[in-house]
Write a protein that binds this ligand. Structure first.
Ligand SMILES: *Cc1c(COP(=O)(O)O)cnc(C)c1O
Length: 724
């Protein structure tokens, strides 16, 4: 019936697939992912859902044979059409609202970018936020370029040994096998730049990650012409000691500006995502002095170009370097920057003349930015308090640090099965509302998901019924449990080969499933809930109303206290009373996160307030029908309204941390037993928890549209990027 494709048509489709594979747009396009999945289902599963690796795995012959299957070629064509429409769309939000940024884009500097599990170059929330920022900048059509580092060994992979102790190992990634490409000049040669580090001039190459319409450039010093010390500089995320750290930061800040100049990019704003990139301010000052400005003028002009986002009130999160280390690492660079060394040190000190004060990257960033912000309302307040001493004579409430609350890239986080559910609601339904969304958003049904109007419909049982919603909850909970069982089987076989556990008896698809996954920084208090051990055992053993827990997370390699928390939780998971109802999943990453935020019923978060700054994992839960249960810290203090999830303790906290732990754990347990468990198991004759689902609906309607990077990037644009 159908005529075979011509060689020319085949070549086009092959080229198109290769182009799609190297653009992270597929991270938030289910149909594109399905193509690569179909080419090699096992390869897709085993190689971190990586289209570039799948295309390498599948031979050219095999690919061409697949493309001759009529149905498949059609699907490829449809995806290529969507992809090209996306890239060429001239009617985006930014075309209308921020056209001048196309000429002079925002340059967004971040030491980590978390895009996807196939690109493991992020340590946690900060990187995920940067990745989501870039994805939404692309969706909005914003003039935006990212600058980061390419870590060959990325962040560590976690394995738990037989003592329940976290061990770290590193998988070198082959840059040719992941979704990025070398940055080439017009002649097809690699772009090479250099930067002065220590006594040397260090060369670096660049990898370009295509994030939809936006490029993100990752700098990499792993070149044969560099000394070994510098070749290895970009091996690991936050690897090595403070000397490695400062040198990585010189590369990021100063090297990043050099790269942009080489590419002829003239940013209107340099946005520093956390203090790691703050050396870029020195390079901007140097450029201006070289053009004849005085040091004072150069600083004033630089300040007008820079924006700074601070991300944590935790002290260790603010890089501080001794004057000796500064002198060592910037030695050669300082010969180019005609400022007295003491003046430079002063830029990183609260009290410039205080020789005992180390150089702080946050202080440098604050002093040389036209605006600065924290990442939630409360974090804004906390930051104003924390840095008030930088603004003598200014009242705390007037300290110039504002806030923009974080968000998530909704489409990128939404699990496939849940996406299908919403898709069917829009495209296959015959009720009036569905029709309205179809008419309003046309073929691009997914864009409806970024609209508050769509989520407002969630409180309407005529649009989505309790029965459907509950069936969806069962589906994703089962998917999570099966994912967890498979993962636990692999984990246990490594630790104790031959020791077969009955994996079908691990976890219960009917149980109230409570998830906790994040970095195991001690302030996040992972084991807090087990302070009430006897009570938790009672909850877990209740046959009629069973509760279960799924934990995951990595501790920083040098954080033994965090590792002890992991050890404690795994130890408990082997306790006879909890076995099968408490599990720890190894190697938390974006993929594990997506399974967990979707499948759990409750997303638990109990940081020591106010150290959370924002937190984002809970935002990923709402669109899947998982309810937040959190301390009123970071975003939850703004998002929680008493009807759309559950709170722990109130909008204040004791200063004494032991007292705080006691109060919070008692409150947590009380809410869990008096509200959450009874509500979850309060079923009608058909087994539906109506009251629970009312909360789920409220959570979708109120939280999903608000806590997205779509909203966040628009806010950055209106409040900061366009107000130079
Ligand atoms: C979302 C996410 C985080 C951040 O979670 P928090 O709640 O902010 O701690 C960290 N790691 C991964 C892999 C994530 O997906």
């Amino acid at each position: 019936m159908t005529t075979p494709l011509t060689a020319l048509e085949l070549n086009e489709l092959v080229a198109g697939l290769n182009k799609v594979a190297r653009n992270l747009w597929w991270c938030w396009d289910q149909e594109a992912q399905d193509l690569f999945y179909k080419l090699s289902p096992r390869g897709w599963q085993n190689m971190f859902h990586n289209p570039v690796a799948v295309l390498r795995e599948v031979s050219e012959y095999e690919l061409r044979v697949h493309l001759q299957e009529p149905g498949f070629a059609e699907k490829v064509r449809a995806v290529l059409k969507d992809f090209n429409n996306y890239l060429n769309d001239k009617s985006t939000w930014a075309h209308k609202n921020a056209p001048k940024l196309h000429e002079n884009p925002v340059a967004y500097f971040s030491a980590e970018f978390g895009f996807h599990e196939s690109l493991p170059i992020s340590a946690g929330g900060l990187g995920i936020l940067a990745g989501d920022h870039a994805k939404s900048a692309s969706d909005l059509g914003l003039g935006f370029v990212g600058v980061g580092l390419f870590y060959r060994e990325g962040y560590f992979q976690q394995a738990i040994d037989s003592n329940n102790w976290q061990t770290e190992f590193y998988n070198p990634v082959d840059p040719h096998n992941i979704p990025l490409e070398p940055l080439l000049d017009s002649k097809g040669d690699r772009v090479i730049c250099n930067v002065e580090i220590g006594m040397t001039s260090v060369d670096f190459q660049v990898w370009r990650v295509n994030v939809g319409r936006c490029p993100v450039y990752l700098l990499d010093t792993n070149l044969p012409q560099n000394e070994a010390l510098y070749r290895d500089l970009t091996t690991r995320v936050y690897g090595g000691d403070s000397a490695t750290r400062i040198m990585q930061e010189i590369l990021l800040g100063i090297g990043g500006v050099r790269l942009l100049r080489k590419l002829g990019i003239a940013p209107s704003t340099f946005h520093m995502n956390e203090g790691h990139a703050a050396f870029l301010t020195l390079e901007l000052i140097r450029e201006k002095i070289a053009l004849g400005k005085t040091a004072a003028e150069a600083q004033t002009l630089t300040k007008q170009e820079c924006l700074f986002t601070t991300h944590t009130p935790v002290e260790a999160g603010h890089d501080r370097f001794t004057p000796d280390l500064m002198n060592y690492a910037l030695q050669r660079y300082l010969t180019l920057l005609p400022l007295p060394f003491n003046d430079i040190l002063g830029l990183g000190r609260v009290t410039p003349a205080n020789a005992a004060e180390p150089f702080c990257m946050t202080v440098l960033a604050l002093k040389l930015s036209r605006a600065a912000n924290g990442v939630s309302e409360l974090h804004g307040q906390v930051s104003r308090h924390m840095w008030q001493s930088l603004y003598p004579g200014v009242e705390e409430s007037k300290v110039p640090i504002g806030h923009i609350t974080n968000g998530i890239h909704l489409l990128g986080w939404m699990k496939g099965s849940v996406r299908q559910f919403w898709r069917a609601k829009i495209t296959n339904n015959n009720n009036g509302e569905s029709k309205m969304f179809r008419e309003r958003f046309g073929a691009d049904w997914a864009s409806a998901l970024n609209h508050a109007d769509f989520w407002a419909k969630m409180t309407d049982p005529a649009f989505v019924s309790d029965e459907e919603l509950w069936a969806l909850r069962y589906k994703v909970r089962r998917e999570l449990i099966e994912f967890a069982r498979r993962k636990l089987m692999i984990q246990s076989q490594r630790v104790t080969p031959g020791d077969y556990i009955r994996f079908d008896q691990l976890l219960n698809p009917d149980a109230l499933t409570i998830g906790f996954a994040r970095r195991f920084a001690t302030y996040k208090r992972a084991p807090l809930i087990f302070q009430q051990f006897e009570n938790i055992v009672k909850l877990v053993r209740d046959q009629k109303r069973p509760v279960q827990f799924i934990f995951a997370g990595k501790a920083h390699p040098r954080d033994n206290d965090g590792k002890r928390f992991i050890q404690q939780i795994i130890h408990l998971s082997k306790h006879s009373e909890l076995q099968g109802s408490l599990v720890f999943l190894e190697n938390y990453d974006v993929h594990v996160a997506r399974q967990m935020v979707a499948g759990c019923d409750i997303w638990l978060n109990n940081p020591r307030r106010p150290l959370e700054a924002s937190g984002t994992s809970g935002m990923k839960a709402s669109c899947h029908g998982c309810l937040g249960f959190s301390i009123l810290d970071g975003w939850w203090r703004e998002g929680y309204d008493g009807t759309n999830g559950f709170g722990i303790s109130g909008d204040s906290h004791p200063d004494n941390v032991e007292e705080q732990d006691r109060v919070d754990s008692a409150n947590l347990y009380q809410t869990l037993t008096e509200q959450i468990v009874p509500m979850f198991f309060n079923r009608d004759a058909n087994g539906i928890p109506r009251e629970w689902l009312t909360r789920v609906r409220r959570s979708m309607a109120t939280l999903v549209p608000q806590f997205t990077t779509d909203r966040m990037v628009k806010e950055y644009t209106n409040k900061y990027y366009l107000t130079k």
